[in-house]
Design a protein around this ligand. Structure first.
Ligand SMILES: Nc1nc2c(ncn2[C@@H]2O[C@H](COP(=O)(O)OP(=O)(O)OP(=O)(O)O)[C@@H](O)[C@H]2O)c(=O)[nH]1
Ligand SMILES: [Mg+2]
Length: 327
C-alpha cells in the first residue's frame, strides 16, 4: 500500500512533472474530493500556458487515430503532449489502435506523453469540470500541448470541445449520412475542419460535400480573423498531417496576435464559472432537499397540489435551509 499523500503535497510534485503525482491528483479531481479543492485552486492559478486542442466528431470518425498521430508529430517537434480522452470506448487504456499496438504503446511509454481516459459517467460534479481540472494539472506539469478527444454527441461533450483554444471537428467518409456533424451541432464550433480517412476512395466526396455546405455560408459568419480551413488527412498513412499541424499552429498564432484568443478564453472562463456554480448549486440542493421531498411528493400523489407549486416550495425551502446551515 502506498502512503496517503495530502493533495497540497502533490502540487509541487505535479509541477516537477512526476507522473504518479499527476495521476493521483487527477483521480481526486475526478472524484470531486473536498480535500483536493485547495490544491486544485493552486493548480488553477499556476496554469494557463499550454495550447489546448479539442478534437471532436461523430463516433468512429477517426478521432483517436488522429490524436495518436498528432501527438507523435508534436513530440517530434519537441512538445510535451497531454491527452485527455473523454470516451467510454477509448482504445488508449487497451493500448491498441488500428491494430497498431506497437506504436501506440510507444506513445504510452514516452515520458513526454501523458494519456488519461475518462469515462463519461462517474465524474462527480460534472464531466466538464473534471476534464478542465485534468487539463490544468497537465498544464502545470509542463505539458505544452494538450489534446482533448471527445465524441461530438451530447451537450456536455460538445461544450468540452468548445472549451479549448483550438477546436478540430472531424468528419469521415463512409459513415452514411454526411450531415451528421450538423445534426450533432458541432459543425459551427470548428476552427479547423478535418475530413479523416483520406486514404479511402470516397473521402474526396465527403471533402467536396463539406466544402460546398460550408460555402453556403451559414457557418462562415463572424470569424473574420480566421478563415476556417477544411483539410483531408489519413491517420492511417499520415497523408495530410503536415497541413493539419501547420493549421493548428497558424490558429494558435492568429489567436495570440488578435483578440480572437482573448475572446475565446473569456468565454471559456464564463463557461467554467457557470458550470462550477451549477454543480455547487445542484450538490447543495440535493443535500438540503433529500429530507423534504418525500412529504411534498405525498401531497403530489393524492393530488392535493400540483407539481409546479410543490417544486417552487421545495426549491425555496431547500435553499433557505441550506443558507441557514451556513450561517
Ligand atoms: N481507412 C482508414 N480508416 C481509419 C482511419 N482512421 C481511423 N480509421 C478507422 O475508423 C475506425 C475508428 O477509428 P477511431 O480512431 O477509433 O475513431 P474515433 O472517432 O476515435 O472513434 P470513437 O472514439 O469510438 O468515437 C477504426 O476502427 C479504423 O478502422 C484512416 O485514416 N483511414
Ligand atoms: Mg476514440
Amino acid at each position: 500500500m502506498t502512503r496517503y499523500v495530502a493533495s497540497a503535497e502533490l502540487v509541487p510534485r505535479v509541477a516537477a512533472g512526476e507522473t504518479a503525482a499527476i495521476a493521483r491528483l487527477m483521480s481526486r479531481a475526478e472524484a470531486g474530493a473536498e480535500e483536493a479543492r485547495e490544491a486544485l485552486a493552486d493548480i488553477y492559478r499556476r496554469a494557463g500556458r499550454a495550447h489546448v486542442i479539442g478534437i471532436t466528431g461523430v463516433p468512429g470518425s477517426g478521432k483517436s487515430t488522429l490524436v495518436a498521430r498528432l501527438a507523435r508529430m508534436l513530440r517530434e517537434e519537441g512538445s510535451k503532449v497531454g491527452i485527455v480522452a473523454v470516451d467510454p470506448s477509448s482504445p488508449y487504456s487497451g493500448g491498441a489502435i488500428l491494430g497498431d499496438r506497437i506504436r501506440m504503446t510507444e506513445l504510452a511509454l514516452d515520458p513526454g506523453v501523458f494519456i488519461r481516459s475518462m469515462a463519461t459517467r462517474g465524474a462527480m460534479g460534472g464531466m466538464a469540470r473534471a476534464v478542465l481540472d485534468a487539463v490544468d494539472i497537465l498544464d502545470v506539469a509542463g505539458f505544452t500541448t494538450i489534446l482533448i478527444e471527445t465524441v461530438g454527441v451530447g451537450q456536455d461533450e460538445v461544450e468540452i470541445a468548445k472549451a479549448s483554444d483550438t477546436t478540430l471537428v472531424v468528419s469521415a467518409p463512409g459513415l452514411g449520412d454526411e450531415v451528421q456533424a450538423i445534426k450533432a451541432g458541432i459543425l459551427e464550433i470548428a476552427d479547423i475542419h478535418i475530413v479523416s480517412k483520406s486514404d479511402r476512395s470516397d473521402a474526396n466526396r465527403t471533402l467536396v460535400d463539406l466544402k460546398q455546405m460550408l460555402a453556403l455560408g451559414v457557418h462562415a459568419s463572424a470569424k473574420t480573423e480566421w478563415a476556417i480551413p477544411v483539410l483531408g488527412c489519413s491517420g492511417l498513412s499520415g497523408e495530410g498531417f503536415d497541413e493539419v499541424v501547420q493549421a493548428v499552429r497558424r490558429h494558435r498564432e492568429a489567436s495570440l496576435a488578435s483578440d480572437l484568443g482573448l475572446r475565446r478564453r473569456s468565454r471559456i472562463a464564463q463557461f467554467r464559472l457557470q458550470k462550477t456554480a451549477e454543480n455547487l448549486l445542484a450538490q447543495r440542493f440535493a443535500r438540503a432537499s433529500a429530507s423534504l421531498a418525500p412529504a411534498l411528493a405525498a401531497r403530489l400523489l393524492d393530488r392535493r397540489a400540483d407539481p409546479y407549486s410543490l417544486a417552487v416550495e421545495l426549491v425555496t425551502t431547500a435553499l433557505r435551509e441550506d443558507a441557514d446551515e451556513r450561517v
